[in-house]
Unconditional design. Structure first.
Length: 242
């Protein structure tokens, strides 16, 4: 597992790092036209922002200087070096799609962020949230991390508040997120699995072959909408409509 921001940046350049994003792109299924107004909040290295900026108007919001200094700049998007303060300056109903991936677990003001993301989303717009899955964390520690002690702690506590380079990670359930969104007028359109299998093997050599990548991506795609696999995936991707 990466131990620094630079290590994490290097990871996403590897084939098994790119698969995370390729699955998200398939699940969102955004067409080139019409051009959409997209907000990527907590954009990190701006991988997703740069990808969608080929055809769409993308604003990437990232307050961490180390991350945005290492960002992907293949396509033109607007980078905002800020956080929730910038969100509060945006007019209501400004974006067709709002993206918030692996951010809320680390936010002390999670509810404030959610309220602002909903406010700036256009009616009938979509909100894409990727979050850690507790069952997946247990699988990752037991198999990938060879750490059954931590896996047992997560299983017994039914909660994960571990710490990594991004700060304290506070997991939350899909049900709690859906309930929060429903109370604010949003409907859960889809829930997907991300990284069900490809993170469980430490044989990185095979992961550099096109054959492995293509078959594994197809396998991940085939199971991402099956309930049993959603429960054990490292991440869940929830898409809401306003």
């Amino acid at each position: 597992m990466p131990s620094s921001i630079k290590d994490y940046r290097n990871l996403i350049d590897q084939p098994y790092g790119r698969m995370f994003y390729d699955l998200i792109y398939r699940q969102l299924n955004i067409q080139p036209k019409p051009a959409l107004d997209i907000l990527d909040f907590g954009a990190g290295f701006c991988v997703t922002a740069s990808h969608y900026a080929i055809h769409h108007n993308v604003t990437a919001v990232e307050p961490d200087s180390e991350m945005y200094n290492l960002r992907i700049e293949n396509n033109n998007y607007t980078l905002i070096k800020n956080g929730i303060d910038y969100l509060k300056s945006i007019s209501d109903n400004s974006y067709d799609l709002v993206i918030c991936h692996n951010v809320l677990e680390y936010a002390e003001n999670k509810m404030d962020i959610i309220n602002e993301l909903i406010r700036v989303l256009k009616p009938k717009g979509r909100l894409s949230i990727v979050k850690h899955n507790l069952n997946g964390r247990i699988m990752a520690n037991a198999v990938f991390g060879d750490n059954p002690k931590v896996a047992l702690e997560l299983l017994n506590n039914n909660y994960d508040n571990g710490k990594n380079m991004f700060g304290h990670r506070n997991t939350y359930s899909n049900d709690s997120l859906i309930s929060t969104m429903n109370e604010r007028g949003l409907t859960c359109q889809s829930i997907y699995a991300i990284r069900t299998f490809f993170g469980l093997s430490d044989n990185n050599k095979i992961k550099y072959t096109d054959k492995w990548y293509n078959y594994m991506l197809e396998l991940e795609w085939c199971v991402c909408d099956i309930e049993d696999y959603k429960r054990i995936a490292f991440f869940n991707h929830l898409i809401f409509t306003k």
